[in-house]
Design a protein around this ligand. Structure first.
Ligand SMILES: Cc1ncc(COP(=O)(O)O)c(C=O)c1O
Length: 374
């Protein structure tokens, strides 16, 4: 039986060589390798400043703190995203406000955001889900009208370009990326903050490193969120092949779409323009109620034949961690996020997924779609 994971990092000889070089050098933090990684990452995104940190979640926390978010503020986030998009605000004493998603790109719905803005709202966080660009024109316009700052959660959307133009992450006031192993490039753990605003860059650098404004002069509250040099070395190697990695992901996605386009049991992902997405995930939705009611069994059936599949992500407002902020299990203003949480399923996708492996996944999925829920 073939075993196909959901994701698999793409390493070759360069990553271990670069790691060994750092280890041999003995310079493990705050060194030239991470500085070079920041420089090249910023250049690749069209000339923005980049600040490397130890995770995407740390990047969210630092970016929100740099924007001045604090107690009493509200931060608008899509109801369907990874948990730390919302919990980052809570660490700063602010309250996440959950916004519904669109069912065509699975990203924050600007119309619902408009309904949920109060005088306490300070920041809006569009998430480019699965590496698909959110509706940035509408979101930027909304933010301008209400005086909100825009933090783009581009954790998944490396090199995705909004309507073929600017790179996601570089459109709002500030953007963040994640480099966990399922992302289009990885450093194991790791994250990057990008912005064109020099004040924000300076604040992020201080917040990342103890708020140290001189040699052991601590003028402000800061974290220790530095990216180690070893991770920077892996990041540089991964950045070199990021364009190829994204092209390969797009090819895998096109192959799924071609094979499944006549499959009536599922809804396939769509893009506004081909450049809008990098296919960090390939997320389908189950169309038939018999399958929706039996999604766990479907996932198990795939797993039994070696194919990993999973829901990325459940609706956040139902999670207990948010109960303390007064969020209840009231679904009524979040119908699309709830529908997504009920019906979605992500299939294996990564640059080195072979045609043979993909054909196997497609065959196993077809069998399970026919067999489950009967
Ligand atoms: C949309 C989104 N936001 C934030 C994160 C957090 O990034 P990290 O896992 O690097 O902390 C992730 C990834 O895990 C993500 O997918």
């Amino acid at each position: 039986m073939m075993k196909v994971p959901l994701s698999r990092p793409w390493f070759d000889d360069e990553e271990p060589r670069a790691v060994a070089e750092v280890v041999r050098s003995g310079w493990l933090i705050s060194g030239p390798v991470v500085a070079e990684f920041e420089r090249r990452f910023g250049l690749r995104l069209g000339g923005v400043e980049a600040v490397a940190v130890n995770s995407g979640s740390s990047a969210l926390l630092v970016a929100l703190a740099a924007l001045g978010v604090g107690p009493g503020d509200e931060v608008l986030v899509p109801d369907m995203t990874f948990v730390s998009t919302a919990t980052a605000a809570m660490f700063l004493g602010a309250r996440p406000v959950f916004v519904d998603i669109n069912l065509d790109n699975y990203c924050l719905d600007p119309k619902d955001a408009a309904r949920k803005i109060t005088p306490r709202a300070k920041v809006i966080i569009p998430v480019h889900y699965a590496g698909h660009a959110a509706d940035m024109d509408e979101i930027m316009e909304l933010a301008r009208r209400h005086g909100l700052r825009v933090l783009e959660d581009a954790a998944e959307s490396h090199l995705a370009r909004y309507r073929g133009g600017a790179y996601t992450g570089t459109i709002g006031d500030i953007g963040i990326f994640s480099f966990t192993p399922s992302k289009p490039m990885t450093t194991g753990e790791g994250g990057m903050i990008v912005t064109r605003d020099p004040d924000l860059v300076a604040r992020c650098r201080l917040l990342r490193e103890f708020g140290d404004t001189g040699k052991f002069r601590w003028d402000m509250l800061g974290f220790n969120f530095r990216m180690p040099e070893v991770m920077g070395a892996i990041g540089l190697a991964q950045l070199e092949k990021l364009d190829r990695a994204v092209a390969l992901r797009r090819a895998v996605a096109a192959r799924y779409t071609e094979a499944l386009k006549d499959e009536e049991a599922v809804v396939l992902p769509t893009l506004r323009t081909p450049e809008d997405g990098n296919f960090q995930l390939y997320t389908i939705r189950l169309r038939l109620e018999r399958l929706v009611g039996d999604r766990d069994a479907l996932i198990e059936a795939l797993g039994r034949r070696g194919v990993s599949a999973r829901l990325y992500y459940p609706s956040l407002h139902r999670q207990r961690v948010f109960a303390r902020d007064g969020h209840r299990t009231d679904d009524s203003t979040l119908p699309n996020a709830v529908e997504f949480g009920r019906t979605a399923l992500s299939l294996p996708i990564f640059p080195t997924l072979s045609a043979e492996e993909q054909d196997y996944v497609i065959g196993v999925l077809r069998d399970a779609l026919r067999a489950c829920g009967r």
